[in-house]
Design a protein around this ligand. Structure first.
Ligand SMILES: NC(=O)c1ccc[n+]([C@@H]2O[C@H](COP(=O)([O-])OP(=O)(O)OC[C@H]3O[C@@H](n4cnc5c(N)ncnc54)[C@H](O)[C@@H]3O)[C@@H](O)[C@H]2O)c1
Length: 352
């Protein structure tokens, strides 16, 4: 570990699409600097390092042996997150693990336990929790502005080409990736769970219709929350040309609708019919995320905010805002959707 607690060195494992986002996010943070990168494809690590002025290490052990690496960003295929993360935790490194935490609950549990045993901080990326609309929605929920929650919908109607799935061996496989819900939809599954509380029951159907892949490209589920509220989850990579990710939360006193991290509609108080549409956001004046059709088109600010939260958590000795359990909670819902779709029966979730 470096001697200056406020200056943290980062190592990135896996130099692919999302690693560029981690490097860009680290570059925006004054107390963070990128020290090294590694990848099983040595050429990928070398090119990544050359473009960013950091070291390219020949393997994970070499990266973990570096005293100037305090935090490891795990940016490898999803089914390798726990394997890489456990080794990094055992080397005493704090962890930024990309979503999903891994693809099985057993792997997630191994990673959470390794971080706990090693006494290192673990955050699982769910960058949209740091989007302005979600911060505002959580504030409204905390204030009780929506009354008692009754209904919520999380929708990811995106489009991915066959070429996207063919671009790497791991994409679209059960062992390393999972389907549309595990890869793309999980962002808004996490937001749904974060806003609505624990899910107790899931009933789902999945289908593979527009791609040559073993996993689903469309998933739909009905969920019950512990609070008594109900909701739906929809995720697809077959929805051409791709639409904004959407979260709708309805309580007895109103509704808030978020699209791509911005509130586009809020309506409070059925008694007075008050309604405020945020026209500028609706017309796109506030901008938005372009990931609906392009996997690389995501914005850096929310990743940077989540990594900054991890650094603050380390300094303050508290858990990060999105910890390992939060990553596991989202994964548990995704796994329940897959089990229900396979068996045709509702799945009860036991919760933490
Ligand atoms: N938060 C987001 O919005 C977001 C967006 C895209 C991807 N992701 C997540 O990031 C992860 C990576 O996705 P990607 O699109 O960057 O994939 P990618 O295929 O572009 O990159 C993965 C890289 O990891 C390397 N790799 C594979 N096994 C390795 C190992 N054992 N050690 C070191 N390197 C290894 C590969 O050679 C490749 O360069 C996935 O879990 C994905 O779900 C998150």
């Amino acid at each position: 570990m470096t001697s200056e607690a406020s200056d943290r060195g980062f190592g990135i494992v896996g130099a692919g699409v999302i690693a560029a986002m981690h490097a860009a996010a680290i570059a925006t943070l004054p107390s963070a600097r990128l020290a090294a990168v590694t990848d099983v494809a040595a050429g990928a690590a070398a090119a990544f390092a050359a473009a960013r002025g950091c070291a390219a290490e020949p393997g994970l052990d070499a990266l973990l042996a570096r005293p100037d690496v305090d935090v490891v960003c795990v940016c490898v295929p999803s089914g390798l997150h726990a394997e890489v993360g456990v080794r990094a935790a055992m080397a005493g490194k704090h962890l930024v693990v990309e979503k999903p935490i891994d693809v099985t609950l057993a792997a997630a549990d191994r990673l959470i336990e390794a971080a706990r045993t090693a006494g290192v901080a673990l955050t699982v990326i769910s960058q949209h929790r740091f989007d302005p609309g979600l911060i505002e929605l959580k504030r409204l929920l905390g204030d009780g502005a929506l009354g008692r929650l009754v209904l919520a919908e999380a929708s990811t109607k995106w489009y991915r080409t066959q070429a996207y799935y063919d671009s790497a061996e791991w994409r679209g496989t059960w062992a390393m990736d999972g389907g549309s819900l595990m890869n793309q939809g999980i962002h808004y599954v996490d937001l749904l769970r974060w806003c609505m509380g624990p899910v107790t029951e899931v009933t789902a159907v999945c289908a593979t219709q527009a791609h040559q892949v073993e996993v689903e490209d469309t998933a739909m589920a009905i969920v019950r929350f512990g609070s008594g509220a109900v909701g739906t989850i929809l995720s697809s990579t077959a929805a051409y040309p791709g639409f904004p990710q959407r979260l709708e939360v309805t309580g007895t006193d109103g509704t808030v609708i978020v699209e791509d991290g911005r509130i586009v509609r809020r309506a409070f108080g059925p008694q007075d019919g008050a309604s405020e549409a945020e026209g500028s956001a609706r017309t796109g004046a506030l901008g938005g995320h372009g990931a609906a059709a392009d996997p690389a088109a995501i914005e850096v600010a929310s990743h940077a905010a989540q990594i900054a939260d991890l650094l603050a958590a380390i300094e303050e000795g508290r858990a990060p805002a999105v910890d390992g359990q939060a990553g596991r909670d989202a994964l548990e819902i995704v796994r329940a959707v897959y089990t229900s779709a396979r068996t045709g029966a509702p799945v009860r979730l036991t919760g933490p």
